[in-house]
Design a protein around this ligand. Structure first.
Ligand code: SF4
Length: 202
């Protein structure tokens, strides 16, 4: 069994925080563990809780369309969340729940070592990049401590607001360019001099 599978088994039976008492299924994440891209949302919703899979509701369908727009499927990438169990009534996870669950995500990322982490929504972005505002940071790749992040609006936000959907559609199309730029930079030098600098697209 791989290290990732071991973590996912632990998540499925985890009772470390109160969310274990109200969940139907824990949702460790799904997709290609060897992907260069990992998508991170805030937490499972109702459909995810019922199926034990990430992003399977209407927002998940939209995420699949977005992936198609860059010639990928959900099997090509890895999709997970900060907290692995659904907060009741879709409330925001509490700080204690986030800090208790965070080591699972940290370990997943240590194992997968993605070139690019795409955060979905404000909460996922602020988990990694605490001082940014989604209204100005979306679509702007950011390198922090050697890891490149791309903050995006949450796909659910694009379901109801045409302007947000247009932003998400445009931001998503940058992913192949950003990935290519990361690879070119890695070929030139193992570590950029300023690890926290903004990654410029052009
Ligand atoms: S949210 Fe995370 S820490 Fe809490 S029970 Fe689920 S897997 Fe465990």
């Amino acid at each position: 069994m791989s290290d990732l599978e071991t973590i996912h088994r632990k998540v499925k039976t985890c009772a470390l925080c109160p969310l274990s008492q109200t969940r139907t299924h824990a949702v460790p994440g799904a997709g290609n563990p060897n992907s260069e891209i990992v998508f991170v949302g805030e937490g499972p919703g109702k459909n995810e809780d019922l199926q034990g899979l990430p992003f399977v509701g209407a927002a998940g369908k939209y995420l699949e369309q977005l992936l198609e727009s860059i010639n990928l499927t959900r099997d090509d990438v890895f999709i997970t969340n900060i907290v692995k169990c659904r907060p009741p009534n879709n409330r925001d996870p509490l700080p204690d729940e986030v800090s208790t669950c965070a080591p699972y995500l940290t370990r997943q990322l240590e194992i997968m070592q993605p070139k690019l982490i795409v955060t979905l929504g404000r909460h996922a972005m602020n988990f990694f990049l605490s001082n940014l505002r989604i209204s100005t940071a979306h679509g702007q790749p950011k390198r922090y401590r050697g890891q490149v992040y791309l903050p995006l609006y949450h796909p659910a936000a694009g379901l109801y607001r045409a302007a947000t959907r247009a932003d998400i559609d445009a931001d998503f199309l940058k992913i192949p360019l950003i990935l290519n730029k990361i690879k070119v930079e890695q070929d030139k030098t193992p570590e950029p001099e300023n690890k926290d600098e903004q990654l410029k697209l052009i």
